[in-house]
Write a protein that binds this ligand. Structure first.
Ligand code: 2PG
Ligand code: MG
Length: 443
């Protein structure tokens, strides 16, 4: 690589898919390469996520969501530290960001500030080297990890795609947050997305025929209008069948319960059905669903602090189901190690802004691999046109990718990028398909 160093760093306010302010970082190198990085934002965030810096005062601009403070951190604190630095090794540039805050959770400078810069640096470095981002990410992480050898063939992740969006993304209209499908039996990304399009359309038709509301939730899934949570699951199975596909053979269900959102004063509250449940009741209810529906993956079945519940659930169902920790593991290598020691969960959601740098996200993925956990790179409910998570999944060889539903531009740019890369890579890549999911590998 040429001796390219950061010559300009600028952060600006842009707007995310919920119309809220977010931060875009622009990094320019001495050879003229420019990288842009944009911070996504969650709605159902884990207590232990790295801190998103917002101005916080509801009486001032944009309901407290503005990011003037984060912009100042970039200008006053990070810019002087980063100017003149080289970017070809991501771990080195990210260490500067990590060192700028005494708090590993980045409460001073904000993980939204650092993730935007971290991504912008990776993109600028890729451009400077004339490499696609996924290839730069693979080779840049190689230097810190000998296991990550440059793959002979790239792996394209299996998508998890939302059909109905509930919970915090749909005014709690139903309790389950994400009702998704995954198509491990498809032969390619193109086929998986084509099946998904048919299911998404069929679900929309069913909602229209029932004269249910047919707007969309935050991530583009149909706005749910059901009396019981199970009605949504029944409707999802019906949509798969209406699309001419076989549930449990071609298309499977993946759920994000986001149970932290249900937890209040020591119990789990299902608002839709006016029920109050204990952890054991939730486990019974989900076990029943797993018997009745073709469910292959459940994310956050219990609240983020319910270690015992997670362990019991994983013991009961972990052999036949992917048990994903999102709020529970917060993309944190330490939390993953602790969970593995307890026997809680068997897969981790990887959200770069939950930690604040690409390198820390990668370390979470390395810890997960060592411990035999699956990985799913994930977008947030508040997104931008940034496509870098698609490249992360490919470059780091993560088996699955979750970016919300099959509508709205901020989602479709990512699915279309994955399709584009499948087409461009041809024989140099293969679709992860069934191999991405442990329950299918052991069958
Ligand atoms: C999640 C994500 C995406 P949010 O919980 O997995 O669905 O939601 O970004 O609001 O945390
Ligand atoms: Mg989640």
């Amino acid at each position: 690589m040429k001796d390219a160093r950061i010559s300009h760093l600028r952060a600006r306010r842009i707007w995310d898919s919920r119309g809220r302010p977010t931060l875009e970082a622009q990094v320019e190198l001495s050879d003229g390469s420019i990288g842009l990085g944009q911070a996504p934002a969650g709605a159902s965030t884990g207590r232990l996520e790295a801190v998103e810096l917002r101005d916080g005062d509801r009486d001032i601009d944009h309901g407290g969501f503005d990011i003037q403070n984060a912009l100042r951190q970039c200008e006053d604190l990070l810019r002087p530290r980063l100017l003149g630095q080289r970017v070809e090794t991501q771990a080195v540039i990210d260490q500067h960001l990590i060192d700028a805050d005494d708090d590993p959770n980045k409460s001073r400078i904000g993980a939204n500030t650092t993730i935007a810069i971290s991504i912008a640096c990776a993109k600028a470095a890729a451009i400077s080297q004339g490499l696609p981002l996924y290839e730069h990410l693979a080779s840049s992480s190689l230097k810190t990890d000998e296991k990550a050898g440059q793959p002979k063939r790239w792996q394209l992740p299996l998508p998890q795609i939302q059909i109905f969006g509930g919970g915090a993304h749909a005014g709690k209209r139903i309790d389950i947050q994400d009702l998704m499908i995954t198509c491990p039996a498809a032969s390619s990304v193109a086929e998986a997305l084509s099946w998904t399009a048919s299911v998404y359309r069929a679900a929309g038709e069913i909602m229209r025929k029932r004269r249910s509301s047919f707007g969309v939730a935050d991530e583009g899934g149909w706005w749910p209008d059901f009396k019981r949570n199970e009605d949504a699951l029944d409707c999802l199975v019906e949509s798969i069948e209406e699309a001419g596909l076989r549930p449990g053979e071609q298309v499977w269900i993946a759920l994000d319960i986001a149970a932290t959102q249900w937890f209040s004063k020591g119990t789990y509250q299902l608002a839709l059905e006016s029920r109050e449940l204990k952890a054991a009741d939730i486990i019974d209810m989900l076990s029943e669903w797993v018997e009745r529906y073709p469910i292959v993956s459940i994310e956050d079945p219990l609240a983020e602090d319910d270690d015992d519940g997670f362990v019991t659930f994983t013991k009961a169902l972990g052999h036949r189901l992917q048990v994903v920790g999102d709020d529970f593991l917060v993309t944190n290598a330490q939390r993953i190690r602790k969970a593995a020691a307890m026997g809680a969960a068997n897969a981790v959601l990887l959200k770069p802004n939950q930690r604040g740098t690409l390198t820390e996200t990668y370390h979470a993925w390395l810890a997960a691999q060592e411990l035999g956990y699956e990985g799913i790179v994930s977008a947030r409910s508040g997104e931008t046109e940034d496509q870098s998570i698609v490249h992360l999944a490919i470059g780091w060889r993560v088996g699955q990718l979750k970016v919300g539903s099959f509508s709205r531009g901020e989602r479709m740019v990512k699915w279309n990028e994955l399709l584009r890369l499948e087409d461009q890579l041809g024989d140099r890549a293969y679709f992860a398909g069934r191999n991405a999911l442990a329950p299918f590998r052991s069958r």
